[in-house]
Design a protein around this ligand. Structure first.
Ligand SMILES: Cc1cc2nc3c(=O)[nH]c(=O)nc-3n(C[C@H](O)[C@H](O)[C@H](O)COP(=O)(O)O)c2cc1C
Length: 339
């Protein structure tokens, strides 16, 4: 029997890119993957929504970029039969490497239908995992918070493992905490020590040094979300051990490439729909240039990004659209060709 996706990826060094609604779309995943992320996770996709039809938005949430591998698709929902059907559909449409169940989203409109609500009724989540497993040969995993308003993570994680989850990611906060306070890595470590499957830890890791320290808590891997916005190099540092924060020119080129990947993926040449979500991301590439911020949060097209960043780019970047072949080429050895 061949090892599952997670087991085979966990033989490598590196960190995992977190699912983040509004951020972890195909262009951000592509940059993370090229920079050595162990795997990436799509933002959550409603199982009901997926079964309701294939509108562009749902397709875009799950749609891979050309050649994408090592991308987990995350589903949320609360009904076993809907999740089982959504797993099959996601597998057929999106070619995921594994499927993850969202058990952490605290947003009110999603509460009651799944997400962190499942932490109050973990037995429902166990049924979901069983149904999802029956629907696919891929690894099925779950991403939890510590609990709804108190820490139930041991009980929840043990039940998930018994139900067949191949891996559990723990964000070290309760749902009631949302994103306040600090992630409790002692609680994450207790889960890692008490379940027979790999545990990935999530919460407040923004530097490679922090990631290395957190790894020592006994987790199989560390997941990075907000700390990877505008910083795919954090994955390279953790994959190779080399400090990889590049100079401003390289970061400007990568910001421009992010804009170009965005335009290409969403196939919207006006950029009107597509670069808006990137406005919050672009300044993070160049934190030491606050004077660029006002212009970066108003960009509409990749051409605008090129104009704003022109002082940092060299002549070749300023003149020609950069493409995957010419801009920020992935270092050999850990790029998109791994399965
Ligand atoms: C804007 C935003 C969107 C998020 N969306 C998701 C999501 O769709 N699914 C999920 O499991 N977690 C989601 N999360 C939680 C992250 O995956 C992660 O667990 C959390 O942000 C803590 O990690 P960090 O401090 O490295 O960001 C989201 C977090 C943020 C900030």
């Amino acid at each position: 029997m061949t090892a599952g996706f997670y087991a085979s990826r966990l033989t490598r060094a590196g960190a995992v890119m977190a699912p983040m609604a509004g951020y972890s779309d195909a262009p951000m995943r592509q940059l993370a993957s090229e920079h050595g992320a162990l795997w990436t996770v799509s933002e959550m996709i409603s199982a009901r929504g997926l079964m309701g039809g294939g509108d562009t938005e749902k397709l875009n949430l799950g749609r891979p970029y050309p050649g994408e591998q090592g991308r987990v698709v995350q589903l949320f929902g609360a009904e076993p039969e809907v999740l089982a059907a959504a797993v099959a559909r996601a597998e057929a449409w999106f070619a995921p490497a594994a499927i993850d169940l969202n058990m952490g989203c605290p947003v009110p409109k999603i509460r009651g239908k799944g997400g962190a609500c499942l932490l109050q009724t973990p037995e429902v989540a166990f049924t979901l995992i069983r149904a999802m497993r029956e629907a696919t040969g891929l690894d099925v995993s779950a991403k939890i918070r510590l609990g709804w308003d108190s820490d139930r993570s041991l009980e929840v994680a043990q039940g998930l493992a018994e139900a067949g989850a191949a891996l559990i990611t723990v964000h070290g906060r309760t749902s009631a905490q949302r994103y306040t306070g600090e992630a409790d890595w002692d609680a994450i470590a207790r889960v890692a020590a008490s379940v027979p499957v790999p545990v990935v830890g999530s919460g407040d890791v923004t530097t490679a040094a922090q990631a290395n320290a957190r790894k020592k808590t006994g987790v199989a891997a560390v997941m990075i979300g907000r700390g990877a916005v505008g910083n795919p190099w954090i994955f390279r540092t953790l994959a190779t051990g080399e400090d990889a924060w590049p100079d401003a020119r390289t970061r400007a080129r990568t910001a421009l490439r992010h804009a170009e990947l965005q335009t290409a993926f969403y196939d919207d040449e006006s950029g009107r729909l597509t670069l808006r979500p990137l406005r919050k991301v672009l300044p993070a590439y160049l934190p030491e240039f606050p004077e660029l911020r006002d212009a970066l949060v108003q960009v509409v097209t990749a051409g605008d990004v090129r104009r704003v960043l022109a002082p940092l780019l060299d002549d070749a970047d300023r003149a020609a659209p950069t493409g995957p072949e010419t801009a920020s080429p992935p270092a050999p050895g850990y790029a998109v060709h791994h399965s």
